[in-house]
Design a protein around this ligand. Structure first.
Ligand code: SAM
Ligand code: DTB
Ligand code: SF4
Length: 342
């Protein structure tokens, strides 16, 4: 197997054959690709913060923040720059290297005080020495350029599922609009973070088609978050069966093989997974996690538990290469002590 070539012409058939390999073979292949492009002993720690929670006009069936569904999420106004930077400082001191800010918007309003505030947040996060990521919904070219000027490292915008299944999950925007925002982000010189969710009732073929869409973007996304649905009460997807951890591991491994250089992020759903299952995903090629007690509105493993898991497995903190920041190669760092992380 050629572990170094980067391809943008994957077919669904090829990707499915990879996904369905015997697990032992799949993991061997994913590890081989992983080691050709990344340190084998380190995981990137990214901390999420919901900077504007709830009351979103979109109807994403998985999302507790949509105004269309009655959930326990209480709508909140956009946080202040000081509040966000206090959280970012705490995340940095706890060992995170990336800080990701999420807003429950269809998209930002150009020229608004709110968008200007987000730009200030991005500048502030960068000044703290952290990578800055944001997920604010659809962007125009001009908004993407402004975020780039402010120093944004990456923009998260998930395609979520296959083009075919998309309409069953979201009706207030189209799959093509997602791709259009990804194009604007990429044109502005911001790195793309894009992945999806499994466990929403989609077929295996939809999961594969989603990975193939991402893998055929040129360049590949810098990060690919693989989320297991968090089935929140009040959303249309409440009560869905949990995703089997082996399916998460297969998704991580397939993403790793299709997109060798990407950071594959084991994202939502970790609270439902055993430590062994999470480590299997890491062995299968995931090399990034969300680190901190909360995702956006739902829970995530305790910081201490994540540090213990990583220590037991002999893993370090990964800081990806970033030529703009003067890091020609990825760095690995000591994990913080539990006291530093508190
Ligand atoms: N509003 C913006 C948007 O949708 O582009 C940004 C925030 S949105 C919450 C970011 C991503 O979180 C979604 O695209 C989806 O993939 C993921 N997400 C949201 N709710 C989730 C859930 N219940 N389980 C798993 N992933 C979820
Ligand atoms: C991503 O792919 N997953 C994160 C992040 N990108 C923004 C969000 C997960 C949200 C899970 C549900 C919640 O906490 O509200
Ligand atoms: Fe709104 Fe984003 Fe939630 Fe969809 S996923 S309802 S766009 S916050």
């Amino acid at each position: 197997m050629d572990t170094t070539s980067i391809r943008h012409d994957w077919t669904v058939k090829e990707a499915r054959a990879i996904y369905e390999l015997p697990l032992t073979e799949l993991i061997h292949r994913a590890q081989t690709v992983h080691r050709a492009h990344h340190p084998a002993d380190a995981v990137q720690l990214c901390t999420l913060l919901s900077i504007k929670t709830g009351a979103c006009p979109e109807d994403c069936a998985y999302c507790p923040q949509s105004s269309k569904y009655e959930t326990e999420v209480q709508a909140e106004k956009l946080l202040s720059v000081d509040e966000v930077l206090a959280s970012a400082r705490k995340a940095r001191d706890a060992g995170a290297s990336r800080f990701c800010m999420g807003a429950a918007w269809r998209g930002p309003k150009s020229g608004s005080e709110q968008f200007e505030r987000v730009l200030q947040m991005v500048r502030g996060v960068r000044e703290l020495g952290l990578e800055a990521c944001a997920t604010l919904g659809m962007l125009t070219d001009e908004q993407a350029r402004k975020l780039k000027e402010a120093g944004l490292t990456a923009y998260n915008h998930n395609i979520d599922t296959s083009k075919e299944f998309y309409g069953q999950i979201i009706t207030t925007r189209q799959f093509e609009e997602r791709l259009e925002t990804l194009r604007a982000v990429s044109d502005a010189g911001i790195r793309i973070c894009s992945g999806g969710i499994i466990g929403m009732g989609e077929a295996i073929g939809d999961r594969i088609a989603m990975l193939v869409t991402l893998a055929n973007l040129d360049p590949h996304p810098e990060s690919v978050p693989i989320n297991a649905l968090v089935a929140v009460a009040g959303t249309p997807l409440e009560g869905r069966d949990p995703v089997h951890p082996i399916e998460m591991a297969r998704m991580c491994a397939t993403a790793r093989i299709l997109m060798p250089k990407a950071m594959v992020r084991l994202s939502a759903g970790r609270t439902e997974m055993s430590e062994e299952a999470q480590l299997l995903c890491i062995v299968a090629g995931a090399n990034s996690i969300f680190y901190g007690e909360k995702l956006l509105t739902t829970g995530n493993p305790e910081v201490e538990a994540d540090l213990e898991m990583m220590r037991r497995a002999g893993l370090r903190a990964l800081v990806p290469a970033d030529a703009e920041a003067g890091r020609e190669a990825p760095e690995t760092r000591e994990l913080p002590s539990a006291a530093q992380a508190r």
